[in-house]
Design a protein around this ligand. Structure first.
Ligand code: PEP
Length: 252
């Protein structure tokens, strides 16, 4: 059994209303959650404070994105300072929807990640390949290429890496109902850990949580969670439903 604390993130994406988000918060507040699991939910920016002010404190809250400048003329963006000021302690960065739909490059994602870490946030850093890349046998090279860009920004600084949670999210599995098999996920997670060991340090590789994301639900989570290099999940669609609690409690 690894010493890494299991981690389950819920990414609400651009979903919800005040009413439906309050219902999710009420459900989480009433649920009995495995205390060995770190739980972080990421509502849309507009609802961050609503969630933080109403959710029990043992569940942390993440933004879905943050900018890499302290303040100023950056219309539509949110700063690390504004998040910290609102008791938001995490951010997701590099989600494939932002990489593909909004054109965020590896360099942009790495710069934002460095800035967020330097300014006290934890980062759920996402990587993953498209279906074409998987079919071309490029999965590991795509993911390690994304990691290499992150390493350019962070170097081998163990204190910075300690606040990074890596989310491996094959793009073809996100929101499609097509979950990676346990073998497919474990293979990539093991490759990520071995890359971290070789390029950053064995200690960072051992300590870093590597999450799987892509159509995780309360039915498929138990088998995925048995894999030695799967240290949790980043959950999209299922995080909006009561079954999210069963994903958090997948070891019980
Ligand atoms: C995600 O968006 O991070 C995700 C994994 O989505 P879903 O669980 O809906 O596939």
């Amino acid at each position: 059994m690894s010493s890494r604390k299991f981690f389950v993130g819920g990414n609400f994406k651009m979903n919800g209303t005040i009413k439906s988000i309050k219902a999710i918060v009420d459900n989480l507040n009433q649920a009995s959650l495995d205390s060995n699991v770190e739980v972080v939910v990421a509502p849309p920016a507009l609802y961050l404070l609503l969630v933080r002010d109403n959710l029990k404190p043992e569940i942390e809250v993440a933004a879905q994105n943050v900018y890499d400048k302290p303040n100023g003329a950056f219309t539509g963006e949110i700063s690390t300072h504004q998040l910290s000021d609102s008791n938001i302690t995490w951010t997701i960065l590099g989600h494939s929807e932002r990489r593909t739909l909004l054109g965020e490059s590896d360099a942009v994602v790495s710069s934002k990640t460095k800035y967020a870490l330097d300014n006290g946030l934890g980062v759920i850093w996402c990587c993953g390949e498209s279906l074409d890349q998987r079919e071309a046998g490029q999965t590991v090279s795509v993911v390690t290429g994304q990691l290499a860009s992150l390493k350019e920004a962070l170097g081998t600084d163990a204190a910075a890496w300690a606040k990074v949670v890596v989310a491996y999210e094959p793009i073809w599995a996100i929101g499609t109902g097509k979950v990676a098999t346990t073998e497919q996920a474990q293979e990539v997670h093991a490759a990520i850990r071995s890359w971290l060991s070789e390029k950053v340090s064995p200690a960072v590789a051992e300590a870093t949580r590597i999450l799987y994301g892509g159509s995780v639900n309360e039915k498929n989570c138990k088998d995925l969670a048995k894999e030695p290099d799967i240290d949790g999940f980043l959950v999209g669609g299922a995080s909006l439903k009561p079954g999210f609690v069963d994903i958090v409690n997948c070891h019980l």
